[in-house]
Structures are given as C-alpha cells and as structure tokens.
Ligand binder design. Structure first.
Ligand code: F6R
Length: 590
C-alpha cells in the first residue's frame, strides 16, 4: 500500500515524469498524492484525493528541477488529509521524504524529537524520518550517513526516497520489508515500488533487498546500512509499457478480464518449470496452502484438486491466521504461498515462519518480488502487470499453475483439458452483452448470494468477493448445502442468488438447493452448461457456458462471467471498478 517513485534525469523536468510514473502506482493507494522536486530548493505540491482531482487543482507537473520524489497514499497513520499527504519534510523544509510502510516506534521517536525542538505538522509515522535525518545532518553527517543512522533508530517496515537541498543532485533510497526497485536508464535513474511505474523509461531493473540503500547522483551505488558497497545484478524485464495501459478499454479491470485467455496460454508455457520444481521438491505427504483474498480462493481450488485427484491431504490457511493455526508442518509438507504481488505482508510473514519447518513454494506474478526471493522454490504466473485493484487475470493464472502442479505430481490427464481453457474462456467472453444487460437489472439490490458445491464452491466465494469489493453491494458466497444451516433466513423476495452448477457429480444436489431458494422467493441467476435445461428452467436468468467444461475445470471458466457481472454492476452504479474505496492492490501491512 502506498506507492513511491523517485527520478533523477539527465536534463528536462522531473515533475511530469514523476506524475506519469506515480499514476501507474495509483492502484497502491488513492487517498492522497504528492510530488517534491529539487532545483536544488525543495518544492512540494500535495493534497488528499485521487491523482486526477489533485492534478486538476494543483497542476502537479508544474514544478522546476530535474530530480524529485512522488507518492500515492493508502492511509494507515492519520486521516487522508493534505497535511498527512507525502512528501513530508524536516523543520527547515530542506529534506523531503516519501515512505511506504509503517514505522512502529514512531511515537517514542517523535516525542524525543519534539523535546529537542522539532516541529511536526502531520499525524503520520513517516514524518519522524525527515526530522531524524535533519538532526543527524545538523550534527555533521552527509545525507547518506544521516539516512542510514535514522533508519537504524527505527523499527518497522519501509521503502523510502529522500532528497535534500543541502545535497543537490542526490537521491537516497532504502528498503526493509516494503518493495523498492531501481530503474537504470541511459544516464538517468528511477526508484519505484513496482516495475510498471517505470516501464515507459527503462526495462532494466535492480531489485533491492532488505537492509539495502541506494544512492543516485548521476551514478548508482547500492550499499548495506553500514555503507559497504553491495554488487547487484541488473535484470531485463520483458513486460512492456503497453501492458500497463488501458488499450482502448474503459477500465483496466475490463481489459484484464479480456486478457484472461492469453494469461492462461502464457502461463501454460511454464510447464517445464513446473516439472523442474516438482522434481526438486521430491516426496510430499501433505500440502498446506497459505494466501489471502482472491489468492486464498485459488488455494481452495487447489485443495479440491490435490485431495480428489491425488489423495494428498491439503490444508488451506488464511495467511493472517497462519501463526495461530499451522502447527503440523514438517519436512514432508509442501507449503504453497500464493500471491499476485509477492509483497503481501501476511503471506510473507507466514512464508518466513514456514521456511525452516517445511518445503516452501511461492506462486507469484510480480517478478523479483519479496516472496520470490524468500521461498525455497518459485513458480511464476505469466499474467503480465495487473493494475485493476480487483484480481482477475492473475486469479485464473494462479489456478493454471495449481492445475499444472497437480498434473505434474500425478494427474497428467489434466494438461489436455487445460490446453482448451483459453478457447472456453474466449467463448464465455463473447457473452458480455447479455451480462451487461443482466447487470443493469440488478445494480440497485442490497444483497447478493453466490452458491456452489465442490469445485464450484471456491468460485462462489470468489464471485461474492469480486462483487462486494467493486460494487459495495453486500455479497456472500456459500457452499450450496450450507444455506439451510442459517443463511436461508436471509433469502427473501427478489434477492439475487447466483447458482453455480457445472456438469458433474454435484449438479443435481445444487439443483435441489436452487429449488429451496426459489421457494423462498429468490431471483435465481443460474450459471451452468448451455445445454443444462433443468437449471435453465429453475432460473430467472441464465448464463450458459460451454457444455464440455465439467466441474473439475470449471473454476477457470465459470469465474469469467461472474467477474464481468461485478464489473458491469459497478459501472452501472457509477463507480470506478479499478479503484474501489478503502482498498489497495498491494497490502504490505498486517
Ligand atoms: C481481491 C484481491 C485481494 C488479493 C489479496 C492478496 O480482488 O485482489 O483479495 O487477492 O489482497 O493479494 P496477493 O495475491 O498480492 O497476495
């Protein structure tokens, strides 16, 4: 959460570049935005609100200087106000800092600094950083040493970028437990929370590790916190700038749903990597998936696959609950960590705890992210950058890797069926017009239910999550058989119930549950095979999918119309599906 950017250009104006880069990070937070440039005087423009709103009011690109820093905020400490917006400065306004993370001991440090005469202007944890740097620079240290000394005094997580008019032409960056990459251009350098921010300027990237600092001043030096130089590899990124553009679609989310067939196709090219990892991992007696949100739903599909096709006992644990519930790991357990970003704090903490107790595998979309460097084994989803806050193409790509893993571990027959998934998805996407029409008829309801059994149960959960996060309509996903144990009391006249019922052994039982909700007045939206006459008959509305898609493979295809439904309901309600309120794409706090 929060996105930071910094750049130091050969010539030209930094502010428009910073604005363009930070726009590409807006998925990380949109409570406020701010830019500081140095020429060498520090000048700052910042305010609460989304980038477009603040830019219209302040003209953010109109700042002098060829270097600077920028920030988008997802508020943790302090309300989303102009005062709390980054960059934050020291007393003199000569040092400016942007920060992603949380400084845990900021209150005690702030008290100490205030007793020494420092004047604070915000409620943020971040503001202690420029004041500490000021204190150490006043004692005679240079910017680099003062930043390192300040950071040694702080507990918590940070990725920061610092500029000071006292040392013109220099930017200092550092990271601990929050992501920070260095972009290496032709005589110009960038810092960013994530690769898509800088793709328009360079595809050469250095991944900083925890406890490392970077000094940019027409040259580039990476050090540890004691100032010792660290040699780093420069990686070439094969993501293009276009991949992080809307490409003619109204929203990133819609574009990303339409990219699902190619995301699955590209992810299927990882088959050799999957085989290699399975061989390295060796014998496994138990699987334990750990993840959050949508990645947790992908993990649940994994449980059904591993247990029903391979007979391997499988647990699925929410990453935030891992430390309270994962007792039984051992060296024959494979703990699988699923994360689009590879930076989710809960998932990373669980991974760190599991590393010494089990074999660990991370399934991640973002190249070089923390999870990829901490897990013993890594598999990538090849979804490309996902900018919409709601996970869509990365979900189906995660599923694809899980199916490939199951295929490689003993169910090779899955691979033929996986090969046809992109074609089934393309057919599902062709139905968008009728889903848009359906969305228009249910955009003003207050509750929505999603039900499914077996492989359709995780799809029900994910359908409900998509709906609530981008439409703000209360959505619940249930195992269809659970309704009669409580939730049925909520079903009333006209309440939409999306019944997910692919062909397979659960079909008839789901149909009985559909009859139960119908008898209580629900409006049933059936999602099943296009040739499923019994479901069509029971349903008020019907979404038909390819009859060859059975329950085992259904999680990959049946989610497509549900994502489209949520998207169109969101648009119908006049919302921005790419930037749901209170959420951010990369959740780097516990
Ligand atoms: C929902 C969504 C979130 C993420 C969750 C985990 O659409 O995107 O629920 O799935 O925050 O994020 P990652 O996968 O990056 O660990």
């Amino acid at each position: 959460m929060c996105g930071i950017v910094a750049c130091i250009l050969k010539d030209g104006s930094a502010a428009p570049v910073l604005l363009e880069c930070v726009r590409r990070l807006e998925y990380r937070g949109y409570d406020s935005v701010g830019i500081a440039t140095s020429d060498p005087m520090i000048r700052i423009k910042k305010d609460s609100g989304k980038i477009d709103e603040v830019d219209a009011e302040l003209d953010l690109a109109d700042l002098p200087g060829s270097m600077g820093i920028a920030h988008v905020r997802w508020a943790t400490h302090g309300l989303p106000t102009a005062e709390n917006a980054h960059p934050h400065t020291d007393c003199s306004g000569e040092i400016a800092v942007v920060h992603n993370g949380i400084i845990e001991n900021y209150l005690e440090v702030k008290e100490e600094l205030e007793s020494e005469g420092h004047i604070f202007r915000s409620e943020t944890d971040t503001e202690v950083i420029p004041h500490l740097i000021e204190k150490y620079m006043d004692e005679g240290m240079d910017l680099e040493a003062a930043t390192a000394t300040a950071l040694r005094k702080l507990r918590g997580a940070y990725a920061i970028a610092v500029v000071s008019s006292r040392e013109p032409g220099r930017i200092v960056g550092a990271r601990k437990e929050s992501p920070l990459i260095v972009g290496v251009g032709e005589g110009e350098y960038f810092l960013a929370s994530d690769v898509p921010a800088i793709l328009n300027h360079t595809s050469r990237v250095i991944y900083l590790d925890d406890g490392e600092m970077v000094i940019l001043d027409g040259d580039l030096r990476v050090t540890d916190m004691e100032g010792n130089t660290v040699e780093k590899e420069i990686h070439s990124i094969d993501w293009s700038a276009d991949m992080a553009e809307k490409g003619g679609y109204d929203h990133f989310m819609l574009k990303e749903i339409h990219e699902e067939p190619s995301a699955v196709r590209d992810t299927l090219t990882e088959w050799d990597e999957v085989l290699g990892v399975v061989e390295e991992i060796g014998e496994v007696e138990r699987i334990c998936f750990v993840a959050c949100g949508t990645s947790y739903h992908a993990s649940l599909v994994g449980k059904y696959l591993f247990e029903s096709l391979l007979g391997i006992p499988t647990d699925v644990i929410l990453a935030s609950e891992f430390r309270y519930s994962a007792g039984a790991l051992n060296d024959r357990t494979l703990a699988i960590f699923i994360s689009q970003s590879g930076e989710t704090a809960d998932t990373l903490n669980a991974l760190r705890a599991a590393n010494s107790r089990a074999k660990t595998l991370a399934i991640v979309n973002v190249l070089g992210s923390s999870a990829t460097r901490e897990a013993q084994h890594v598999l990538y989803t090849r979804a490309g950058p996902e900018i919409g806050v709601a996970a869509t193409k990365t979900y189906v790509s995660q599923l694809t890797v899980i199916y490939m893993l199951v295929a490689a571990m003993g169910a090779p027959e899955l691979m033929d069926r996986l090969g046809r998934v992109p074609e089934f998805m393309e057919r599902a996407l062709k139905d968008e017009d009728s889903i848009r029409e359906l969305a228009a008829t249910c955009s003003d309801v207050s509750d929505f239910f999603f039900i499914g059994r077996g492989f359709a149960y995780p799809t029900a959960l994910e359908g409900a999550l998509k709906l609530k996060e981008i439409t703000y309509i209360h959505g619940e996903g249930y195992a269809a058989g659970e309704l009669k144990h409580g939730p049925l009391a909520l079903i009333d006249n006209g309440v939409p119930v999306v019944a997910i019922s692919p062909p397979g052994p659960c079909h008839d039982k789901t149909l009985s549950n559909v009859e139960e909700v119908r008898a209580r007045g629900a409006r049933v939206i059936g999602v099943g095979s296009i040739s499923d006459e019994s479901l069509r008959k029971e349903a008020d509305d019907f979404i038909g999918l390819d009859p060859e898609v059975d329950d085992v493979i259904s999680p990959l295809i049946y989610i497509v119309p549900l994502q489209l439904l949520s998207y169109h309901v969101s648009v119908e309600r006049g919302l921005d599906p790419d930037k749901p309120k209170n959420l951010a794409k990369c959740v780097t706090v516990e």
